[in-house]
Design a protein around this ligand. Structure first.
Ligand code: MN
Length: 323
C-alpha cells in the first residue's frame, strides 16, 4: 500500500478485509449521536476571517449604507426572556446576532475562560430565530464574536436585559456590564441594560429604553473606553418619569453568611441575605431608579483614581534596601 492518500470508498471499509476504514464508520456514527442528542455542534462559517479592526463611524441611521450589525448577549443565559426582549427591540435597527452563555452566569464579572475549551451550540430562541450558546462567561461570548467566530465584526454590542438592576458598585460583579466592557476593549461601542427585579418581569419598558439607547449610540458614537450602563425601574411604561443621565451610586449590601450542614455533617457556606439597598443621593443611578426614572450612566474602562495621583506622588516610593 502506498502512502498516498486514496479517495474515500463509498461504503467505508466494506471492501476491505483488513478492517481498515472501520475507524471512519465509528467516527461518522459518533457525530450522528451528538446530533441526535439535540446538540448541534455549531462551527463558524467556512472562510471566516478575522473581523475588521474598526467599526463604522457613527452617523444618523438614515445615512447608513448598510444595516448596522448588532451583537446581543447577556449573563442570565441564552434562555432568558430578557435576552429575547432585547433582541426583538433592536431587530428593527439592524442585523442582530445572538450569542450568550448556556447557563446563568450572573455575578461572574469579567471572567474569561482560558484554561479549558469552549463549546458553541446553535440554538433556537423562543421566537423561532437562531442564536448561539457558549459554555462560558458573557465575556467569552463577546470574545468569540470579536475573534472572528461569525466572520464579521459588529457596530454595537447590547447586553441584557438583565433580571435585576446593576446599580453603583454592582457593576464590579456584573456579567451583564462586563460583556459590554469586553466589546469596548475590542473597539466596539456597547451598552448594558438591566431591570429592577420583580416576580414576573414585563420587559417592555426596558426594551423601549434599549431601543432608544441603541439609536443614540449608533448615531452619536462613544469615545474609546466608554460604555453606557442603563437601569430601568420595575414599573409600567406609563408610570415612568423618563430618562436621567446619572453617575454611579453607592450600594449597601446586606449579604449574610448562611451556614448549614451537608448530609455528612460537614458545614458549608452560602452567601445569602436580602437584596442590596443603596444611598439615594440625587444624581445617582440608584436615586433615579427609585424615583421611577431610567438611569443612563456613562462608564469608562479607565479606573484610574485621578484625585489620588497627586497624593501618591507626594509619598515616599523607595525600595527598603535603597536606604
Ligand atoms: Mn444576570
Amino acid at each position: 500500500m502506498s502512502g498516498a492518500r486514496r479517495p474515500r470508498p463509498a461504503r467505508p471499509g466494506a471492501d476491505r478485509p483488513d478492517g481498515e476504514g472501520r475507524h471512519d464508520i465509528t467516527r461518522v456514527e459518533r457525530r450522528d449521536v451528538d446530533r441526535e442528542r439535540g446538540e448541534p455542534l455549531a462551527h463558524r462559517e467556512r472562510g471566516a476571517t478575522r473581523p475588521r479592526a474598526t467599526t463604522r463611524q457613527a452617523r444618523p441611521l438614515a445615512e447608513w449604507d448598510t444595516r448596522p450589525r448588532i451583537l446581543i448577549t447577556n449573563d442570565d443565559g441564552i434562555e432568558s426572556r430578557g435576552l429575547l426582549s432585547l433582541k426583538q427591540a433592536l431587530e428593527p435597527l439592524g442585523d442582530v446576532t445572538v450569542v450568550a452563555p448556556d447557563t446563568n452566569q450572573s455575578t461572574v464579572g469579567h471572567q474569561k475562560t482560558l484554561m479549558r475549551p469552549l463549546r458553541v451550540r446553535e440554538r433556537k430562541l423562543a421566537d423561532g430565530s437562531r442564536g448561539y450558546s457558549v459554555d462560558g462567561s458573557p465575556t467569552d461570548a463577546v470574545s468569540l464574536a470579536f475573534l472572528g467566530y461569525f466572520g464579521v465584526t459588529f457596530d454595537l454590542v447590547a447586553s441584557g436585559i438583565n433580571y435585576g438592576a446593576n446599580l453603583g458598585d454592582d457593576i464590579t460583579y456584573s456579567g451583564t456590564v462586563s460583556a459590554a466592557m469586553e466589546a469596548v476593549i475590542n473597539g466596539c461601542p456597547a451598552f448594558a441594560v438591566s431591570q429592577e427585579y420583580y416576580q414576573h418581569p414585563d420587559f417592555s419598558l426596558a426594551a423601549a429604553a434599549a431601543h432608544t439607547a441603541a439609536v443614540n449610540i449608533l448615531e452619536h458614537g462613544l469615545g474609546p473606553g466608554e460604555l453606557i450602563n442603563i437601569n430601568v425601574p420595575a414599573i409600567r411604561a406609563e408610570e415612568c418619569e423618563g430618562f436621567e443621565v446619572t453617575r454611579m451610586g453607592q450600594r449597601i449590601y446586606l449579604d449574610q453568611l448562611i451556614e448549614r450542614l451537608d448530609p455528612r455533617g460537614i458545614p458549608y457556606y452560602w452567601i445569602g441575605g436580602p437584596p442590596p439597598s443603596g444611598l439615594a443621593e440625587p444624581g445617582t443611578d440608584f436615586h433615579a431608579v427609585v424615583n421611577r426614572r431610567i438611569a443612563v450612566t456613562p462608564i469608562q474602562l479607565d479606573l484610574t483614581a485621578r484625585r489620588l495621583i497627586g497624593r501618591l506622588r507626594s509619598w515616599e516610593w523607595r525600595l527598603p534596601d535603597e536606604g
